[in-house]
Design a protein around this ligand. Structure first.
Ligand code: DGY
Length: 324
């Protein structure tokens, strides 16, 4: 059996595979960077299982390149917009992800961005490192408050809820919008109020995006949405880049339509819009949401467990689409 992993992952995942499937041939992409399409199509040939990353397009072409023996595409990520799930289903291939294990790490990172964007931490650090700081000033780098403000969560799944829980320590009012409303018990536990999207935009001081990327959420945030937000508001995105129309965000920041933004994800990763790089009020991180050692080990073990189950003819635990 061949297991193809598109780039190096924590050893914990490889060990799990070896322990469970001692006769498997495990091939790992040699370079620690996004695999080129050509290398991917070549590498998957003959694979019974593929462990893919969020930037690997796992469509019908890739599945065909693997061959009819392919049983599972196991994403090393909770988001799975890179997998053509309908094509996988049509071919009888399981598609899996790594939910749960990265919830808290991603919520922590959303809060990192909330704090940094609201308090202009990126600008301050750049100023200081450039040797341009001339000492404390009463009007220097004034940000907006976070404590006691209104947090608006767009997409109230596991990660959105983890972000909401942290808001308690900041004495915040939590509003949320999602295609599916939470049950009332969970709303009470989180002290979160369901509102429509327009209300969320108009009332929130911080809007944090936690929805998956789908045809419904692509460009859910354009200039029209930014114009509905407060001029003092901060936008944070740790979900997927294309949920925000980057060109429009740049314009909104340039014209002061909103106060600032914290981004961990981009429309065309790893490319980042040149104009965004020039926006002082944007805090920009290189897709670090789940990047802690503990979380990446757990993701590796989770993706491996999904592969092991599929190759043993069992139903993987984390199916986004399973065939039996
Ligand atoms: C995911 O799991 O979808 C994250 O974006 C990876 O950090």
């Amino acid at each position: 059996m061949k297991i193809f992993i598109t780039r190096p992952i924590p050893e914990a995942g490889i060990e799990s595979l070896k322990d469970a499937l001692d006769d498997a041939q495990i091939e790992v992409g040699r370079e620690d960077r996004v695999m080129s399409r050509e290398t991917l199509l070549e590498g998957v040939k003959g694979a019974d299982a593929i462990m893919s990353m969020l930037s690997d397009r796992m469509d019908g072409e890739a599945m065909d390149a693997a061959g009819p023996q392919l049983k599972v595409v196991a994403n090393f990520a909770v988001g799975y917009d890179n997998i053509d799930v309908a094509e996988a289903r049509r071919r009888g291939i399981h598609a899996t992800n790594t939910p749960g294990v990265l919830t808290e790490a991603t919520a922590d990172l959303a809060w990192t961005l909330i704090m940094c964007a609201a308090r202009r931490a990126g600008e301050g650090e750049r100023l200081l490192r450039a040797g341009a700081w001339e000492g404390w000033g009463p009007q220097q780098l004034l940000g907006v408050s976070v404590f006691g403000q209104i947090l608006g969560i767009f997409g109230m799944g596991r990660i959105g809820q983890a972000v909401a829980r942290r808001a308690r320590g900041f004495n915040m009012t939590v509003l949320y919008h999602d295609a599916n409303r939470l049950d009332s018990e969970t709303e009470t536990q989180l002290s979160a109020t369901f509102v429509d999207k327009d209300t969320l935009l108009a009332q929130s001081d911080i809007v944090s995006i936690h929805c998956p990327l789908t045809e419904q959420t692509r460009h859910a945030f354009t200039l029209a949405e930014f114009r509905r937000m407060k001029p003092t508001a901060v936008l944070v995105n740790t979900s997927r880049g294309p949920v925000v129309k980057e060109e429009d965000l740049i314009l909104a920041l340039k014209e002061g339509v909103i106060f600032g933004a914290g981004l961990d994800v981009y429309e065309r990763e790893p490319e980042v819009h040149k104009a965004l790089l020039r926006e002082e009020r944007a805090v920009l991180l290189p897709h670090l949401g789940s990047a802690t050692m503990e979380t990446r080990n757990a993701m590796a073990r989770t993706a491996a467990a999904n592969i092991v189950a599929a190759l043993r003819g069992e139903r993987p635990r984390d199916c986004v689409s399973c065939c039996a």
